[in-house]
Design a protein around this ligand. Structure first.
Ligand SMILES: [Zn+2]
Length: 255
């Protein structure tokens, strides 16, 4: 039996996946004191139920799952991810970096054209944990302008880089019409070795209705991503779950 806890980082994290200071991905482990403190706070979130007010971490409709991709758009991955999603008939949401979207406007257009949702992941992939309100607002507005110009739609969702939220963000988000979206299910795709049964086991044991699943666009790992999505689609069919965009999932939530 899988024990479901109320952890912000995921109700379903087992011992291996639960974030610790030791198993954080390399890019989280800068080694400087400041980052370590932020990690400790992130760790605290994972053990403190509902500590982040107004954060969306799951969907209310337990027949739905929201697949999300962080860190794009990327010329080496986005188009392939879109192709695979189309082949599998899956809808997803992309948390994009303003800086990369500015360099690749056609990729942002392609994401929206295919019917996926777009959210903001920051302008650059830097923690905003210690940033001032003014700096955060500036980064969000620049990113929003870039994404709006490229996609023709106004982003509604924000996921801070590394999931590092601080209380000052909430007021900025409200002012800019953005909702904070974290996640409840993280297969740590960036750390997976060559595909094995592990991802199948993960989805079998840890994917449930209402989950917000986080994946990453990683240059040079298209084959791995394709495998993950194929296994994810199989798990969704087996569990009779439907992948929805955040726009759709949240609309359902508000009804
Ligand atoms: Zn990220």
């Amino acid at each position: 039996m899988v024990v479901r806890g109320p952890w912000i980082y995921g109700g379903v994290l087992n011992r291996a996946q639960r974030p610790t200071l030791h198993n954080q991905p390399k890019d989280l482990s800068a080694g400087v004191m400041r980052e370590s403190f932020a990690h400790a706070v992130s760790l605290l979130y994972s053990y403190a139920p509902r500590i982040i007010p107004a954060a969306l971490t799951t969907l209310d409709d337990k027949t739905q799952v929201a697949i999300t991709f962080d860190d794009g758009p990327d010329p080496q991955s986005t188009l392939r991810v879109l192709e695979v999603l189309a082949e599998l008939n899956l809808k997803a949401s992309f948390f994009l970096l303003g800086e990369k979207a500015e360099r690749n406007p056609t990729l942002t257009q392609a994401i929206v054209r295919d019917g996926h949702s777009v959210g903001i992941h920051g302008f650059q992939h830097r923690s905003l944990f210690f940033s001032t309100t003014q700096f955060i607002e500036n980064q969000l507005q620049i990113s929003m302008d870039i994404l709006r110009a490229a996609s023709g739609t106004t982003p509604r969702f924000f996921r801070p880089p590394y999931g590092k939220w601080n209380p000052m963000m909430n007021r900025v988000l409200v002012r800019n019409g953005l909702s904070l979206v974290l996640w409840s299910c993280m297969p740590r795709d960036y750390a997976l070795k060559q595909m094995s049964g592990s991802i199948v086991d993960f989805f079998n044991a840890q994917l449930f209705g209402g989950e917000i699943l986080v994946l990453h666009e990683i240059a040079g790992s298209n084959e791995r991503m394709e495998n993950i999505l194929v296994q994810l689609e199989r798990a969704l069919v087996t569990k009779r779950l439907r992948a929805v965009t955040l726009d759709e999932g949240i609309e359902t939530r508000q009804q």
